[in-house]
Write a protein that binds this ligand. Sequence first.
Ligand code: ATP
Length: 361
Amino acid sequence: MSAVSLNNIVKKFGGFTAVHRMSMDIPDGSFVTLLGPSGCGKTTTLRMIAGLIDPSEGDITIKGQRINDVPIHRRNLGLVFQNYALFPHKTIAENVAFGLKYRDIPKADAEKKVRDALELVQLPHVSDRYPKQLSGGQQQRIALARAIVIEPDVLLLDEPLSALDANLREDMRVELKRIQHQIGITTVFVTHDQSEALAMSDRIVVMSNGRVEQIGTPQEVYNTPASEFVSRFLGISNILPATCQAVNGQELSLELPYFGKINVPREKAPNLSQAGPAQLVIRAEKLLLAEKSAPADDRIALDGKVEAVDYQGQAARYFVRVGDQQLQVINMIDQHPFEEGSDVSVRFRPRDCAALPGAAS
Ligand code: ATP
């Protein structure tokens, strides 16, 4: 059974529709991320699940029960927001115990639950301190402990890592995922950070302008984007105008100016089923630059010229002219990066490409 289901949810603020007919099922025990740019409706969706705002239309169910009219304190949810909102004048143990206060739990049991929650976030020794005596990362863990201590059915996390500095944020990603795994709690996570979503999620819901663009595993949304928006939002993509000439068995035959004919496996183009205008998607890291004189291999090879190089340490991002297109290429650097002005061979495999229907926007 799904832990959480949204069925045709709409949210209007006056005349503005922030969420358009959104439907999704969140499997029990899974880590699902709502991912999209600022203003796409992620927080609004999470707040409707939480009960902080009401949907204008549609049903929300938790464990099969419609909860539209159930008040927030009776939904049994754990909430963590970007600002940890710990009570400054309460100790850490009192902060964590706060959610248990109204639950009629014997004192000794409550104390054990608080100890267990602090163990889980690996901060058992700070229970007598006050929030200001902890670092930002530690405070965020306490906020998590406070959300988890009530043993919620679902954990709702709204950009919980965004106030932390870059290194700490990466450590906390791993930590959060460990905790989620350990207790197997269904988690809905909101972020605009694609690498966070790819690293942490079982499933990603990519949103744009209040609509779901695609729902899939990190690999699915990255390797087989369902729309131009998804391919541009996740990673760096080259999106080239093409014509789908034929759909034959397991392959699509695309024709591109300068590139010629490219046959893409059908599973890399789930939304393209007939001849007509199309787009070929090639991820920047799926293109390989070689010396122009390098021997041929099993890849398609096209002549190109490096127009700019963005040196990134281990890797370089190249802007390469191929015909009338400028392609972006990301390659690891073994010795010296290709220099601006170099003539190169640009190589790729059709099976590493994806295809979309329709002309470029
Ligand atoms: P961010 O990452 O910036 O938080 P988001 O994807 O979470 O963005 P939401 O906060 O859900 O986006 O907002 C979606 C849209 O709804 C935005 O255009 C926002 O301005 C609008 N909106 C949100 N809350 C209200 C409100 N209470 N009244 C009017 N408009 C609102």
